[in-house]
Design a protein around this ligand. Structure first.
Ligand code: MF3
Ligand code: CO
Length: 253
């Protein structure tokens, strides 16, 4: 059953989304060589608590941190750790805010210091692919339209789309139906209806799309050691078009 949100639920989720966007904007200022992802995690958790929110990821299937911090060839679900980020790294910070019982989910990839051209390309295309997916998140379109737009663009830029992790419905809990793959065929899959809340969160790789699981049973990384980037927003399907709840600046919507 795909839940559709009431006006009130959407308002509450928008508040959570605004808080999450503010945290990402702060993190953007903090990211530099020498900082650890454990410090970023502690900052994010404190920011949520200071603003009356909680970190929904803590305790989720036994996950222990407020954020996921995935560096370079890590695709997603990296653990925050006491290891300094280095000049040239890329790091994806992903988190879910719970504010008054409403959730918002957003991931963003950051460049640490000066990164090479390929990393810039990977990040630019991944972010752009998110917005191309969002453009398709229209009442009456199908889930395959979203994935198709992302995949077409990503592959035309020489990047690959991770298959093993998808976007998802979001509501009272973090992961609800439907799955939102970031690849697929136009006109296929579930039809999008007004009031649905979903995440779109493409993970694109420089090399092949296949992933392998670390021995911690959480962290996925590329099988070829090449890098992966991810950008994620929580959005509402509405008659007036997609509403991005986690937008940071309206710089790109
Ligand atoms: N925020 C992630 C997502 O986009 C979920 C992280 S899994 C967790 O779906 F268990 F670590 F929370
Ligand atoms: Co997320």
């Amino acid at each position: 059953m795909i839940q559709r949100k009431s006006k009130r639920e959407i308002e509450l989720m928008a508040e959570a989304g605004k808080l999450l966007a503010a945290i990402h904007k702060e993190i953007a200022k903090m990211i530099k060589p020498g900082i650890t992802t454990a410090e970023i995690d502690a900052f994010a958790e404190k920011y949520m608590i200071d603003h009356g929110a909680t970190a929904e990821q803590i305790g989720y299937n036994g996950y222990e941190y407020a954020t996921c911090a995935s560096i370079n060839d890590e695709i997603c679900h990296g653990f925050p750790r006491q290891e300094a980020l280095k000049n040239g790294d890329i790091v994806t910070i992903d988190m879910v805010v719970n504010l008054n019982g409403a959730l918002a989910d957003s991931a963003w990839t950051y460049a640490v210091g000066e990164v090479d051209q390929q990393a810039k390309h990977l990040m630019d295309v991944t972010k752009e692919s998110l917005y191309k997916g969002i453009e398709q998140a229209q009442v009456g379109n199908r889930i395959g339209d979203i994935g198709h737009a992302i995949q077409q663009y990503a592959e035309s830029e020489g990047l690959s789309v991770v298959r093993d992790f998808t976007g998802h419905g979001i509501g009272p809990t973090m992961h609800e139906p439907p799955h939102i793959p970031h690849y697929g065929l136009p006109g296929k899959g579930t039809r999008l209806k007004e009031g649905m809340a979903i995440t779109i969160e493409p993970m694109l790789n420089e090399g092949v799309w296949q992933s392998q699981m670390d021995s911690n049973n959480w962290t996925a990384r590329t099988i070829d050691g090449k890098r992966s980037a991810q950008f994620e927003h929580t959005i509402i399907i509405s008659k007036k078009g997609p509403i991005i709840l986690t937008e940071q600046d309206n710089e790109n919507s």
